[in-house]
Design a protein around this ligand. Structure first.
Ligand code: HEC
Length: 210
């Protein structure tokens, strides 16, 4: 007489012997190709359908991706006829300066320092010299120069290696409006190091005595 235990063992052995049949059935049932293999071209694959032999269609001249139209040249380049301008393309508000401060702290302070003095751990440890924003030349440049530098980076020629980039472009990382916000904040930083008592609102002046 079979015990419960030996019956269980027999079931297990049968499963091991014939289980693959069930598995195969399930696998084969999943092999439907309807949506998976659609006719398509590989990238750059030639096509006899179009007269020029290409399967990909070239962009329609003048086409602009949705939301990417750049009609305001100054906003996107800080330049008028190729020369950097000295005006903001939109009003400077306290909110904008706060945004500029935040973005500056994230992207620029690591090298230029939180006060823009060109002193930082990176400057100390690496063999680069980030610009000090309080030097006279940078106090005199138009505000558009900062937008331009953030957008295009700084290239210097190296007599040995030839041209090299000493500060990379942030165009892919910082949004256009934020680049302007940073430019405005740099102007505020410059003012902070060269302010007189007259620049302090009367209500705040009393605090200076302390
Ligand atoms: C990885 C370090 C690094 C970071 C981060 C960095 N810079 Fe620079 N920056 C430099 C260096 C190095 C120079 C000096 C380039 C030279 O003179 O060859 C420089 C130069 C400059 C100059 C002076 C350009 C001129 O007219 O000579 C400005 C303005 C400037 N950076 C702005 C910024 C702003 C704004 C940010 C943040 C968006 C930023 N930098 C982030 C390294 C950095």
């Amino acid at each position: 007489m079979q015990t419960l235990r030996s019956r269980r063992l027999a079931t297990r052995a049968r499963l091991a012997r014939y289980g693959w049949v069930g598995l195969l059935t399930m696998l084969l049932a999943a092999c439907h190709t309807d949506m998976y293999s659609q006719p398509r071209y590989q990238p750059y694959e030639p096509s006899s359908f179009f007269a020029d032999g290409r399967s990909s269609r070239p962009n329609v001249p003048g086409a602009v991706a949705a939301g990417q139209v750049q009609t305001d040249t100054y906003l996107y380049t800080a330049k008028v006829n190729g020369v950097v301008g000295n005006v903001m393309p939109f009003p400077v508000t306290a909110n904008l300066l706060a945004r500029g401060q935040q973005q500056f702290t994230i992207y620029c302070s690591v090298c230029h320092g939180v006060a823009g003095m060109g002193q930082s751990i990176v400057a100390e440890r690496a063999s680069i010299v980030p610009a000090n924003f309080h030097q006279q030349r940078l106090r005199d440049v138009p505000i558009g120069h900062f937008f331009d530098v953030i957008t295009n980076g700084v290239y210097r020629s190296d007599p040995v290696k030839g041209g090299y980039q000493s500060m990379f472009s942030y165009a892919s990382r910082i949004k256009v409006e934020d680049r302007w916000a940073i430019a405005a904040y740099i102007r505020a930083l410059q003012l902070s190091q060269n302010a007189t008592v007259d620049d302090v609102p009367p209500a705040e002046r009393a605090k200076l005595g302390r």
